[in-house]
Ligand binder design. Structure first.
Ligand SMILES: Cc1cc2nc3c(=O)[nH]c(=O)nc-3n(C[C@H](O)[C@H](O)[C@H](O)COP(=O)(O)OP(=O)(O)OC[C@H]3O[C@@H](n4cnc5c(N)ncnc54)[C@H](O)[C@@H]3O)c2cc1C
Length: 559
């Protein structure tokens, strides 16, 4: 029998940090990931990780204020305080784990400026910070003695009498189904970027954990808050890091004007992401762009700086649009990037389901509120990953494994998967349903939204769910059946899409990433509250939760 005190689902930064903490806390711990851990999306993070270090004259309160303001006052200030206070130590821990952060001229850890922050407090490794962090974290994971299930796909959560007792998982290599028992389960399954098309997210970011938790009765929060990043590449939508603007790049319209002067005269290109994305979209809609894009101009930064600090995005530009940023501006536009919302948790990662935790992008603590500051997500994964691991280890000391009929559970899951494989071959293909969903979301839940569009998407999602019921799985094999995995993932994505659209439709104000043309103002009187969505007996149920305000009174947001 496979059983562990703490079972972490997901081996990105949040998952590995949680597992290392749980193991250090004395719990028998395992981590399970549908891809090899270092292929998790955390690996793609480019720009850096935020922390206020006092010996640099920076204070956690300043970081917290920037985060609160960036969130458009929807972030919970008590949780933001926890994150920003812990940031300095978390960064030093990563350095001691072995991350070779870039250094400044004096040999100290170097920083770069990032959007929405009044100070340069983003620590980085070139423009591949996530990769550097993730590989070092993986080394620590190996050292820690955590059991790893690599390339295992979690397909269901097992709950008996309201208490989690484990998960069902498919070993991708063999196609065999297993039950894994656990006293506590921590979801660290990352974002749901692929619900949108295009997205900067890896193809594996399909909201599996968010959907599994939601279907089991977990509350989701702030789901309407979907971040569109200002600089995603024309065509593919691949990310061009904010680090470029952090190092001083300009945004230009088709005539070469720095249009951010009109929208954020002080912070210019380094205003918060929602502000910059709206500015770009407004210019594009007004006909001041080229082919649905504006330009990112890095030429004045010079070849030496670009080669030292932005070499990866330069290569991406050359490979994907044939544009060398040393010599010419590159075409970019706002694109889906990050989920501020997710599984609702407290600062220790606990959800409303006993024994179920969440951390990282799949969770909503809520430290990002309406808009996440660049480089606060890596921080979030590490701080709340560790806290969840600590708490789960402690909690599993006082509970026993819950008995359940393992053979029955395995046989039920096998039958469910077999029925999926046995479907007739005449339905729509997975790719066509996925594209229909992604394009509908990107049409009506992007930078600007309105009631008519969102209602349309909700109708389209209903139709897509119907079509999903008959998508065929063409590969019938057992070994590495990625067709089957894509099919299961599509179901999870559809489960995430409706709560996003429903929450966005319900919120009748504009705040952070949600900009409604039919409700263009922020309405604190009626909408300074979180939207919570939960699966009820007759479908999704919306309710509201207060925003925690400690020391920063909401005010108008200007950059
Ligand atoms: C291109 C890009 C650049 C970014 N740059 C930055 C940056 O510079 N700074 C910053 O702060 N943030 C950045 N972000 C955001 C940040 O990288 C992510 O929010 C963060 O890394 C998410 O980490 P995570 O541990 O929550 O999830 P992930 O790293 O996405 O890991 C999810 C894990 O869950 C596993 N999993 C999912 N479903 C299943 C399942 N069904 N069964 C088993 N395993 C499963 C996956 O295998 C994976 O191991 C960037 C994001 C992108 C997309």
């Amino acid at each position: 029998m496979l059983e562990h005190d703490v079972l972490v689902i997901g081996a990105g930064l949040a998952g590995m940090r949680a597992a290392i903490a749980a193991r250090a806390g004395g719990a028998t711990t395992a981590i399970i990931s549908k891809v090899h851990p270092v292929r998790s999306h955390s690996n793609a993070a480019q720009g850096g990780i935020n922390a206020a270090l006092t010996d640099r004259g920076d204070e956690w309160e300043d970081h917290a204020y920037d985060t609160v303001k960036g969130s458009d006052y929807l972030g919970d200030q008590d949780a933001i305080e926890v994150m920003c206070k812990a940031a300095g130590q978390a960064l030093i821990d990563m350095e001691h784990f072995g991350v070779t952060f870039n250094r400044d001229d004096e040999g100290r850890l170097g920083t770069r400026a990032f959007g929405g922050q009044r100070r340069a407090r983003t620590f980085f490794v070139g423009d591949f910070t996530g990769q550097a962090l993730l590989h070092v974290m993986f080394e620590q994971l190996i050292k820690s003695g955590v059991r790893r299930y690599e390339e295992w796909f979690v397909s269901s959560l097992i709950i008996e009498d309201g208490q989690v007792c484990g998960v069902m998982a498919l070993e991708v290599r063999t196609g065999q189904v297993y039950a894994i028992r656990a006293k506590t389960v921590i979801f660290c399954t990352g974002g749901f970027g692929r619900v949108f098309e295009p997205s900067t997210n890896a193809l594996i970011c399909t909201g599996d954990g968010t959907a599994l938790a939601y279907n089991a009765g977990a509350e989701l929060m702030d789901m309407e808050m979907v971040q569109y990043h200002p600089t995603t590449l024309a065509g593919s939508g691949v990310l061009i890091s904010e680090a470029a603007r952090g190092e001083g790049a300009y945004l230009l319209d088709k005539d070469g004007n720095r249009f951010m002067e009109k929208y954020a005269p002080n912070m210019m290109e380094l205003a918060s992401r929602d502000v910059v994305s709206r500015a770009e979209q407004t210019e594009i809609n007004a006909g001041n762009g080229v082919d649905g894009c504006v330009y990112l101009d890095c030429r004045h930064l010079g070849e030496a700086l670009i080669m030292e600090k932005l070499s990866q995005i330069r290569e991406i530009g050359i490979d994907l649009v044939g544009c060398d940023m040393i010599k010419e501006p590159i075409p970019i536009r706002p694109g889906m990037h990050y989920a501020m919302g997710g599984i609702r948790t407290n600062v220790d990662g606990q959800t409303n389901l006993p024994g179920v935790y969440a951390a990282g992008e799949c969770a909503c603590v809520s430290v990002h509120g309406g808009n996440r500051l660049g480089a606060n997500s890596l921080l979030d994964t590490i701080v709340f990953g560790e806290r969840s691991g600590n708490h789960a280890a402690e909690a599993s000391r006082s509970v026993d494994y819950i008995e359940f009929n393992v053979d029955q559970a395995v046989s039920n899951e096998e039958k469910r998967i077999q029925a999926f494989l046995d479907r007739p071959q005449n339905g729509d293909r997975i790719a066509s349903v996925r594209l229909g969903m992604g394009e509908s979301m990107n049409r009506n839940l992007a930078v600007y939204r309105n009631e008519e569009g969102m209602k349309k998407t909700l109708v389209e999602l209903k139709e897509l769910e119907k079509r999903y019921e008959t998508v065929p799985i063409e590969n019938k094999g057992k070994v590495f059946n990625t067709d089957l995995i894509f099919g299961l993932e599509l179901g999870f994505m559809l489960d995430c899409a409706t709560p996003i659209a429903m929450s966005a439709l319900d919120r009748q104000d504009s705040r952070g990433a949600q900009a409604r043309t039919d409700y263009p103002n922020r309405d604190d009187e009626n909408w300074m509250k979180h939207l919570v969505i939960k699966k009820g007996d007759s479908g999704p149920e919306l309710s509201y939760a207060p925003v925690s305000i400690t020391q920063w009174t909401p005010e108008e947001r200007k950059y």
